[in-house]
Ligand binder design. Sequence first.
Ligand SMILES: [Zn+2]
Length: 114
Amino acid sequence: MMHEMSLAENVLQIIEESARTQNFQRVRIVVLEIGKLSAVEPDAMRFCFDAVMRGTLAEGAELQLIETPGLAVCLACGTEVEMQEQYGLCQNCASPRLKITAGDQVRVKDLAVV
Ligand SMILES: [Zn+2]
């Protein structure tokens, strides 16, 4: 839960910065990309989002979550591997030396603003 809380606070910072540069007053919808490897629980994320946005320009905003796939590249053979969890083996050569290249982050993809 701590993880989701600090992520929600990051999201709020991004929203407030965008509000300054793009000059909007209210946010209606926040679209978040959640990497499959980011260890974020969607339910916990929604709970923390609502709590953190209370009293801000994004209070009551709808949170839409999009899960993005986890990808890694094998450092042994160079194959790109789709990852279901943070640790795994290369599907080509069974090496555990995988470097995650996508899906370990949470990103604000879109904001619908007023
Ligand atoms: Zn490999």
